[in-house]
Design a binder for this molecule. Structure first.
Ligand code: SF4
Length: 347
């Protein structure tokens, strides 16, 4: 039974709801801007720290709200410098996020759900099934908490929704979170060009996503024909490749923008010359580029990574046919933090 006296996470509320609440509690509306600065810029976790707000108002705020509600359970550091964070939610469910160091900045891979219902066969999260959607507060708290943990001067500038869960299956909370993440006046100030939402292909939500945010779209494709994609990704039975590619063609893009197609290369499944040729045909009229991700071998997996020659040959066939194809060796595999390996330490 929910505890009616439990403090609410202020990160879950919209500005208009908070403004109404401020009015009812006789707190001046301009304090909202100050509070957001304390939370998003100064990583404050307590209203008592907000010294430009009167003591009385801080006490009122502190009695009703908390700021973020994730508990850091474990941080594992990979040999390549990536860090995997295991967080406990208020209801004791677990989620993971991965911080990836790049040359001049950090990229953070965050979760949108605890577990996932989509059942992709190469993915460890799928084995958990869907536990539940994350709230807006739980989504953005991953960013706030990890930002507060950064010791180096390198900045966290890039964000990818490629952690646990399917973001478009939690669309309303995703949109609320993106609005705070990309808000450059009073939010977390990420550039819209550096925030990417990755989907397995929930086509019915593409237009709503495009209408409500300018974050970039990535599609986890992984096969160029329905037979292989049906086997790898159950969503393909609902939205077959032709439907998915049509939705990508109709996705509103700015002149410089392109959709990223992620293609996990699996030995003897989708890595042949013929597969590459089918992919070229499929993407011929789409404004897109391809990220080739050699599979991360993991314990008990039914799949294997192709050898390097096969990966390079696949890339060459795409490049020779004017498709930008970048090989992305995902980081953190030694601490199960690489693509498709997030399972909240449960497996
Ligand atoms: S790859 Fe993504 S959508 Fe598919 S099961 Fe894993 S987390 Fe879910």
């Amino acid at each position: 039974m929910p505890n009616l006296f439990e403090k609410q996470d202020i990160l879950n509320f919209s500005d208009s709801t908070l403004s109404d609440w401020f009015k009812t509690n006789k707190i001046a509306p301009y304090h909202l801007k100050q509070i957001k600065k304390w939370i998003y810029v100064k990583n404050s976790k307590s209203f008592y720290e907000m010294t430009d707000i009167s003591k009385k108002n801080r006490e009122i705020l502190e009695s009703f709200f908390c700021i973020g509600s994730l508990e850091t359970i474990k941080i594992r550091k990979s040999k390549d410098g990536s860090k995997k964070y295991l967080f406990k939610l208020k209801d004791s469910n677990l989620i993971e996020s991965v911080l990836i160091p790049e040359k001049n900045h950090y990229t953070l891979c965050i979760s949108s759900q605890a577990g996932c219902a989509q059942g992709c066969r190469f993915c460890q999260t799928a084995k958990l099934g869907l536990v539940r959607n994350l709230s807006k507060a739980e989504i953005i708290s991953q960013i706030i908490d990890i930002k507060a943990d950064l010791k180096e001067h390198k900045r966290l500038t890039n964000l990818v929704f490629m952690g646990m869960g399917e973001p478009l299956a939690n669309l309303s909370n995703l949109i609320l979170a993106l609005n705070t993440i990309i808000d450059s006046n009073e939010g977390l100030c990420f550039s819209k060009r550096r925030v990417t939402v990755s989907t397995c292909g929930i086509v019915s939500n593409f237009q709503k996503l495009a209408q409500n945010t300018e974050a970039r779209l990535a599609v986890s494709l992984n096969a160029a024909d329905n037979k292989i994609r049906d086997m790898l990704m159950p969503i393909n039975k609902k939205y077959p490749i032709e439907t998915l590619i049509d939705a990508c063609k109709n996705y509103p893009l700015k002149p410089r923008d392109r959709i990223t197609f992620e293609y996990v290369l699996l030995k003897d499944i989708n890595d042949s010359e013929n597969d590459a040729k089918k992919l070229i045909k499929l993407l011929k009229e789409v404004k897109g580029k391809v990220n080739l991700i050699p599979f991360n071998n993991h314990f008990k997996s039914e799949f294997e990574a192709p050898n390097l020659d096969t990966v390079l040959q696949f890339q060459k066939i795409l490049s020779d046919n004017n498709i930008t194809a970048i090989i992305r060796n995902s980081k953190g595999s030694d601490v199960s933090a690489a693509c498709g390996q997030l399972a909240a330490n449960c497996l």
